[in-house]
Structure formats: structure tokens, C-alpha cells
Design a protein around this ligand. Structure first.
Ligand code: HEC
Ligand code: HEC
Length: 377
């Protein structure tokens, strides 16, 4: 019975990825997609080439346990570009009323998320989805909970122009940035011209690619350090990879399969967020959201696309009961029959395993001066 189930799941995934290959491949810049791409093969897929080969990133070492990051060949990483991107990321002047920066909703103090259920943009407007972490987002193919952006460069302009986030037109953003002499100078040095929407996006994306987390207790444990995890976390590790099959979707090393699944979160609401189907129009994607990374998960509460689960214990309880029944519920979500102690062990694993001692705890950089007043805070 189990074999049939997982076979059925596989063929639906193959069909899904064929559709992505045909319709999404061009957009994504991929000229190759794995046959029968499935959560289990996602790790292997990650080492295959993009159509634009990565350039060597010697200045940006890969943390233990992670794979080399692939970088678009037209946006190679340099230290200067990272620094510029960092300033832009932390600069509230990229918003209409100079109050909201990317870091408002993706703050290093909250695991590069915002510690709240929903995100609050300019004029205190609240959106309907939670801020995902941007940690290791360079390893994702699709961005946003529904995957509607296909690269960090493409993603970066979304929040700037979103009326409830930063609310500028691209023309206004470009004009504002070029009106700040310090930025204009840096853009000319790095890109050879004044800032454009494209180069603003390139700088921000380059900075985001440095927000990585690896070399965590999990990585040390799999590399042979038996003491890297406590006994409770080791029991949780076993449950995660075996009985609970969390790793069917949260695939190492980034603990995401880069895919979309319906685990039932919020699906019983009066007007549920339908997620991925809005992008693909495939009924099977109704209520599906992108599998998030679990790296630094202990820092990014509350959890899920609607921030509806406050703690990791709530998350484990949710999976243990088998999610929320609905026609598109993923077949890897089923009641887990865990004892209270086993649930606690799984929580301990989640808390311990992904907390890296080299967490990217970056402080806000100094920003170039505003020409007219000092409104750069
Ligand atoms: C008002 C809060 C807010 C601001 C400001 C904001 N974001 Fe976001 N960010 C979000 C939310 C909410 C999502 C998820 C939206 C969705 O899935 O529909 C998101 C998603 C993302 C993602 C996708 C992560 C992934 O892999 O799925 C990235 C990357 C990101 N934001 C970067 C940025 C950058 C860069 C900026 C500044 C230019 C920025 N954000 C500004 C709230 C914000
Ligand atoms: C069928 C694929 C699948 C399986 C199996 C699965 N997950 Fe998830 N997980 C997801 C998806 C998709 C989301 C995001 C769902 C949403 O927001 O609606 C998620 C979200 C999470 C989150 C919240 C992350 C965040 O940043 O908000 C945690 C924690 C988590 N899963 C842990 C687990 C654990 C522990 C298990 C095993 C008991 C597990 N997952 C099994 C697909 C899966």
C-alpha cells in the first residue's frame, strides 16, 4: 500500500516538473531539468549546471555542509558590490516615506525574518503573508511563498514597488538613489554608470547571496562528530529522517526541495490563500507553498506562510496530527503517532541542529548621506 502511494506521488511530481520544464524552463534560465525530479533527487540536481555557468567565487567561501552557490554569469560577486547591496538592503530611503527598508522585514535580529505573524510596510499597512527568512535564499530557484519570482535579481524589485511594502515606482527609486551622491559614485565605480533598476537589483541580490548559514551542529554530526548533537537531538534526527519523513520535502543540505506542497496550512479558512496554483493554474497546486529552508529555524518564529504557528512545538503538533485534511494534501503528510517524548525530541533536533555558530549576524552599515537633510535612519 505504501509503495503504491509513494509511486503515485512520484508520477505526479514528474508530471509537475515536466510542465515546469516546458513552460517555466525558459523563464528560469534553465536548459536542463532532472528527469523525475523528486525531493530525494533534489540534492543531486543541485550540482548540475545552469545555462549560465557560475563564476568562481573564491572570496566567498562555502560554509561546511553547503554546496557552492551558483551565481548568474552576468552578476559576478565582488566585495564592493556586496557592500553596496548591504547599504541598499538596510536603507529605508528605498521606500516612499523613508521608513521601511528590506531589513525592516528581513532583520538579522529575527533570523532575517521579522518576528511577527505578518509583514508591516509603509503607512503601517499589513500584508497577508509572513516574511520568510532570506537565509540561503541564493540556493532556491523560486522566490516568494508561491514561487512567483525566479531569481534574486527579479525578486528584489518586487517589494520596492509593492504598494503595501515600500511603494515606489522603479523610476522614483532610481531617481532617489542617484540623488544621493555616495550611491551615484559607488554605482559608477562598480557598474560603470548611474544606478538603474537593473543594477540596484543586482547589488541587492549579490548581498543576499552572502546571507548563508551552514556549518551547524547537523553538518558537524554528519561529518562524523558524534558530540555535535545532544542525545535528544539525535533521537529527533532519526525521527526527522525516518518515521516522520520530514526529509521527503526538507532535503539536505538546505532542507528544502525547492518545490511546492500542500500541507494544509490555512486551507480551512473562509477564503484560503490558494498559493502556488495562482501561478501555475494546475489544480494540484492549490494550497501549495514553497518548502522553506529549516536553517536557523529556531530564530524565525512564527512559522508558515500565514505565521499561524507560534512555536516549533506547535509545528511538530501540526505535523503529528497529519496536517489539515483537504483534497490536495500532499501524500507525505499523514498522522505520525509520536509519543510526547518523541515530539519533544523532534523539537530539540530542530532547535539544535540548524543553529550555526557562524550565523550571519550583520549590523546595519553606515549609509551615504542624504543631500538635503540627515534622514538616513
Ligand atoms: C513590508 C515587509 C517587507 C519588506 C519591506 C521587504 N520584504 Fe521581502 N518579503 C516579505 C514578505 C511578506 C515576503 C513573502 C511574500 C510572498 O510570498 O508573497 C517576502 C519575500 C522575500 C524574499 C523571498 C524569499 C524566498 O526565497 O522565498 C526575498 C529574497 C525578499 N523578500 C527580499 C527582500 C528585499 C531584497 C527587500 C528590499 C528591497 C524586501 N524583501 C523587502 C516582506 C517584506
Ligand atoms: C510534503 C512536504 C513536507 C513534509 C513531509 C514536511 N514539510 Fe515542513 N514544510 C513544507 C512546506 C511546503 C512548508 C510551508 C507551508 C506553508 O507555509 O503553508 C513547511 C514548513 C515547515 C516549517 C516552518 C518553516 C518556516 O520558515 O515557517 C517547519 C519548522 C517545518 N516545515 C518542519 C517540518 C518537520 C519537522 C517535518 C516532519 C515532521 C516536516 N516539516 C515535513 C513541506 C513539508
Amino acid at each position: 500500500m505504501n509503495t503504491m502511494k509513494s509511486h503515485r506521488m512520484k508520477s505526479s511530481k514528474i508530471a509537475y516538473w515536466l510542465v515546469v520544464a516546458v513552460f517555466g524552463g525558459g523563464l528560469l534560465g534553465l536548459n536542463w531539468l532532472p528527469e523525475g525530479f523528486s525531493p530525494e533527487s533534489a540534492g543531486a540536481a543541485a550540482s548540475e549546471p545552469l545555462s549560465t555557468p557560475a563564476s568562481p567565487q573564491d572570496d566567498f567561501p562555502v560554509p561546511n555542509g553547503l554546496k557552492p552557490l551558483r551565481v548568474p554569469s552576468d552578476n559576478p560577486m565582488t566585495t564592493e558590490k556586496v557592500e553596496l547591496g548591504k547599504q541598499l538592503f538596510f536603507d529605508p530611503r528605498l521606500s516612499r516615506d523613508d521608513t521601511v527598508s528590506c531589513a525592516t522585514c528581513h532583520s538579522p535580529e529575527h533570523g532575517w525574518s521579522n518576528g511577527e505573524r505578518f509583514a508591516t510596510g509603509v503607512r503601517d499597512q499589513v500584508g497577508g503573508r509572513s516574511s520568510p527568512t532570506i537565509i540561503n535564499s541564493g540556493y532556491q530557484y523560486f522566490h516568494f511563498w508561491d514561487g512567483r519570482a525566479t531569481g534574486l535579481e527579479e525578486q528584489a524589485l518586487g517589494p520596492i514597488t509593492n504598494p503595501i511594502e515600500m511603494d515606489l515606482t522603479l523610476e522614483e527609486a532610481v531617481e532617489k538613489i542617484n540623488g544621493i551622491e555616495g550611491y551615484r559614485h559607488r554605482f559608477n565605480t562598480i557598474f560603470g554608470s548611474d544606478a538603474t533598476a537593473e543594477t540596484i537589483a543586482k547589488a541587492i541580490a549579490t548581498f543576499e547571496r552572502t546571507i548563508v548559514s551552514g556549518d551547524a551542529p547537523f553538518d558537524r554530526y554528519v561529518a562524523g562528530d558524534e558530540d555535535a548533537l545532544s542525545d535528544a537531538a539525535k533521537r529527533g534526527h532519526d525521527i526527522f529522517f525516518n518515521r516522520a519523513r520530514c526529509s521527503a520535502c526538507h532535503v539536505p543540505p538546505n532542507f528544502s526541495d525547492r518545490g511546492f506542497h500542500n500541507i494544509g496550512i490555512g486551507i480551512d479558512a473562509d477564503e484560503p490563500d490558494i498559493g502556488r496554483v495562482a501561478e501555475t493554474n494546475l489544480l494540484g497546486d492549490r494550497g501549495s507553498f514553497k518548502t522553506p529552508t529549516l536553517r536557523e529555524i529556531q530564530r524565525t518564529a512564527p512559522y508558515m506562510h500565514d505565521g499561524s504557528l507560534a512555536t516549533l512545538s506547535d509545528v511538530v503538533e501540526y505535523y503529528a496530527k497529519g496536517g489539515t485534511p483537504n483534497p490536495q494534501l500532499d501524500e507525505e503528510i499523514f498522522p505520525l503517532k509520536l509519543t510526547d517524548e518523541e515530539k519533544a525530541d523532534l523539537v530539540t533536533f530542530l532547535e539544535e541542529a540548524f543553529a550555526s555558530p557562524s550565523y550571519p549576524n550583520i549590523t546595519a552599515p553606515e549609509l551615504p548621506d542624504w543631500p538635503m537633510d540627515g534622514g538616513n535612519n
